[in-house]
Design a protein around this ligand. Structure first.
Ligand code: FAD
Length: 326
């Protein structure tokens, strides 16, 4: 058992954590990121089944704000992003949709270059010390950090901070935040789907919210679809047998699969997929107006319930922590 010391500890190497770390490191700070996942990127998840490749978390990003637009342009130059589409049959032109290349996780891997990241490691508890924070890890080690940023989905953040005296108004704001669930089915097919270019369908009603054709998208070498259950369907079925629920969604997706048959499939349940109730601020400095060492929370529940919001929240939290006085 050992204790690692760092200036900044960031819990979560999803988009918010990675974006915050990038800005902090740029400002000359010493940063350590810790994530319980095997891979980087959190909800930008991908998976392989044999020769099939899937984006099964976030499917695309939109870019509205100037700094984020410039960042997407940098990712395109670096070859880790490209425009996927701006409209599809039956849908009017909207914001251009950008995808990661070859998969969404490529963007997380690009952001992670040069950062100090510990994967497959869960922060089990955090405790307040006189001038910093002590995080206990599931491998028995501890991390002592002067400043702490937590970017897990907010219900998990509340669990992690339950022994810390967060001001009541801040805790109430965190408790208001809510998320949709999403059951994601990854199905390998024996032939092409009936989905028209660009290979995506969003459905307004019914148990399926989204189907994407990973082969048309350019993610998979062989036919492979991702099917997302709607928020309502996913919440009602998240604790049922996953393969049965997956089969139900596959059956409902039949009209979009054409003559293709499902050769294999896996199912992932996202209990916290996209926030449905968000906080109006881009991040919260929980330690402001307290004697606590600097502690901030960030993620897509703050600057907007999507890819772009998570990045902007990370940037905002980095600024808050740099300026935090305690
Ligand atoms: C199915 C699905 C589809 C989506 N589709 C889209 C889309 O098409 N477009 C779009 O813009 N957005 C989409 N989103 C939302 C988008 O993925 C998120 O807004 C964004 O990725 C959130 O990033 P984040 O950094 O806030 O959180 P996360 O990505 O959840 O990162 C948090 C990280 O914290 C880690 N963590 C949590 N607790 C601990 C702990 N105790 N110790 C260590 N590590 C911990 C987790 O492993 C995780 O990696 C989708 C999300 C899902 C799930």
């Amino acid at each position: 058992m050992s204790t690692i010391t760092t200036d900044y500890l960031i819990i979560g190497a999803g988009l918010a954590g990675l974006s915050a770390a990038k800005d902090l490191q740029q400002a000359g700070c010493q940063v350590l990121l810790i994530d319980k996942g095997r891979g980087l990127g959190g909800r930008l998840a991908g998976r392989r089944i044999g020769d099939a490749t899937f984006d099964h978390g976030a499917q695309f990003m939109t870019a509205r704000e100037a700094r984020f637009k410039a960042t997407v342009a940098d990712w395109i130059d670096a070859g880790v992003a490209q425009q996927w589409y701006s409209s599809y049959p039956g849908q009017p032109n909207g914001h251009p949709r950008y995808r990661g290349v070859p998969t969404m996780t490529a963007i997380a891997k690009h952001l992670a270059i040069g950062l100090n990241i510990m994967l497959c490691t869960r922060v089990q508890t955090i405790a307040q010390e006189q001038h910093g924070w002590l995080a206990s890890l599931d491998n028995g080690d501890t991390v002592y950090a002067s400043k702490l940023l937590i970017t897990s989905p907010v219900p998990q953040t509340l669990e992690l901070t339950k022994s810390i005296e967060i001001p009541a108004d801040m805790r109430a704001r965190l408790e208001r935040i809510q998320y949709e669930s999403c059951i994601a089915v990854m199905a390998v097919l024996d032939g092409p789907t009936a989905i028209q270019a660009p290979g995506a369908i969003a459905l307004e009603q019914g148990p399926i919210a989204w189907i994407s054709d990973n082969q048309q998208k350019g993610v998979s070498k062989i036919p492979a679809v991702t099917i997302h259950g709607s928020g309502e369907f996913s919440a009602a079925n998240i604790d049922r047998d996953r393969l049965q629920v997956g089969q139900q969604l596959i059956d409902l997706a039949a009209p979009y699969l054409g003559d293709a048959r499902v050769a294999d499939y896996q199912v992932h349940g996202w209990r916290y997929s996209k926030p449905s109730i968000v906080d109006p601020d881009p991040g919260l400095l929980l330690s402001s107006d307290t004697e606590m060492p600097p502690l901030a929370v960030a993620g897509d529940a703050f600057a907007g319930p999507r890819f772009e919001g998570a990045v902007q929240s990370g940037w905002a939290a980095a600024k808050m922590l740099i300026n935090a006085k305690n």
